[in-house]
Ligand binder design. Structure first.
Ligand SMILES: Cc1cc2nc3c(=O)[nH]c(=O)nc-3n(C[C@H](O)[C@H](O)[C@H](O)COP(=O)(O)O)c2cc1C
Length: 417
């Protein structure tokens, strides 16, 4: 079996497409579609097509530090394969577990009561506590799956979930817990993010994260330049560092739940100590890669860096970040750029915000249609988060760490004269 995710994907596609064995009839389907068949059979395959497949498959993220996630909500398990992590990095299951524990369900009465320990197993790539430089495979087995909770939803399309679009795309889906569209997929990202954070700490020890819930529905913290320490953020289940606002947020989430409803909100992420020079113009600008990483998280609806949309209300003279010399370094007086200029980090704190919508599956009756187009009433049974924000904080951090470590390796690999 090939080692890298890219080669593995080629291998699986080759297996799927290989001619039927003598005596065996080709299946009566139009798979693979004609266009894809033509392309895969073309002599121009190999390198060009491995790029094509990488984009086509959509489960792979990163260029040098590359992750490939797998698994479904109510399947056997969820995990990730990490390719490109340098050898001899100290990694332990405990380090990864600590991050997964921040993401796992059932942490408080603000999240889904699904009882999953989310215990990580390191299957490969680590020997005697050090990475070997070969693919790192991490697995979390699903233990508390109850697919029967989705029996009624098998043919129904939950409003604003992925049921209809998965059918529109594949013509077939795993309806149990949302299948691949479930936020359980993010286990792989958080596990990989823990490895990325460990590598960042080794390469760039100054890097630190301050990531927290800034608003829930209409309840918002006042804007602040403070770099809140993680201990303060983690001290309350809602993960908001302002204790008075945190109480209001928690009550707002509980009241949504008791009404069979859900709420959304925003997460603020500040990353200090990012060295100047990360980001690859033109299409792999640092903020473009961060935006893609954040908008790949389920239930996200917006991304804004630095002054974001508010900057549109200012004039250039108000908005520009003036340069100055501070402690022997070129710095900016203000940071409306959010730490990125021209797609490249400028050494200031990278700061962005991510918007999350209210959880789509709610316990109230909603009108929809089923797969045959017949109108039906949908009620969300099963166990759901009344607000995804508190559990999304470690996911945002993990995705940011993956982007940063990838760009750090790319910058290190770049030849400079
Ligand atoms: C941490 C987290 C937990 C989530 N929990 C639920 C949930 O319990 N029920 C649900 O319907 N959606 C939940 N979602 C959102 C869905 O996964 C998401 O809405 C769905 O995949 C459709 O994708 P979209 O909202 O990006 O269009 C959660 C998302 C995150 C990030």
């Amino acid at each position: 079996m090939p080692d890298s995710p890219r080669e593995r994907n080629l291998f699986f596609i080759d297996q799927t497409l290989s001619a039927p064995k003598p005596g065996r009839r080709a299946p009566d389907t139009d798979f693979p579609p004609r266009e894809m068949r033509k392309r895969l059979n073309s002599p121009l395959r190999r390198e060009a097509d491995s790029d094509f497949i990488e984009r086509f498959m959509g489960s792979i993220f990163g260029k040098l530090f590359q992750i490939s996630t797998f698994g479904e909500s109510h399947g056997a398990g969820i995990g990730v394969v990490i390719d490109g992590c340098p050898a001899q990095l100290p990694i332990s299951a405990e380090t990864i577990q600590a991050e997964l524990d921040r993401r796992r369900p059932g942490q408080s009465d603000l999240s889904t009561p699904r009882k999953e320990g989310d215990r990580v197993e390191i299957l490969s790539g680590v020997y005697q506590g050090l990475t070997t430089g070969t693919p790192i495979a991490l697995l979390v087995r699903n233990t508390d799956h109850r697919p029967q909770a989705y029996d009624k939803l098998r043919d129904q399309f939950r409003p604003s979930h992925a049921d209809f679009t998965y059918i529109a795309k594949y013509g077939f889906r795993n309806p149990e817990g949302g299948g691949r569209a479930s936020a359980r997929e993010t286990i792989g990202r958080v596990a990989a993010g823990a490895v990325a954070k460990q590598l960042l700490a080794a390469l760039c020890p100054e890097i630190a994260f301050s990531c927290y819930v800034e608003s829930v529905a209409e309840i918002a913290m006042p804007e602040s330049d403070t770099f809140f320490p993680q201990a303060l953020i983690e001290a309350v289940p809602v993960r908001c560092p302002d204790s008075a606002v945190a109480d209001k947020m928690a009550n707002r989430i509980k009241s949504a739940r008791s009404n069979g409803d859900s709420v959304g909100g925003t997460i603020r992420c500040k990353i200090r100590g990012v060295p100047a020079g990360l980001g690859e113009p033109i299409f792999d600008r640092l903020e473009a890669d961060l935006a893609k990483a954040m908008l790949s998280i389920p239930a996200t609806k917006g991304f804004e860096i630095g002054s974001g949309f508010a900057g549109t209300q200012m004039s250039g003279s108000q908005h520009n970040d003036a340069f100055e010399m501070r402690d022997g370094k070129i710095r900016t007086v203000t940071n409306r750029s959010g730490g990125v200029q021209g797609g490249i980090s400028n050494g200031e704190t990278v700061t962005f915000r991510v918007a999350f919508k209210p959880t789509p599956t709610i316990a109230q009756k909603q009108m929809s249609v089923d797969a045959s187009g017949t109108p039906c009433e949908v009620i969300g049974h099963g166990r759901h988060d009344p607000c995804v924000l508190p559990r999304a904080v470690p996911i945002v951090e993990a995705m940011a760490a993956l982007v940063l470590v990838d760009h750090l390796l790319r910058q290190t690999a770049q030849r400079r004269f």
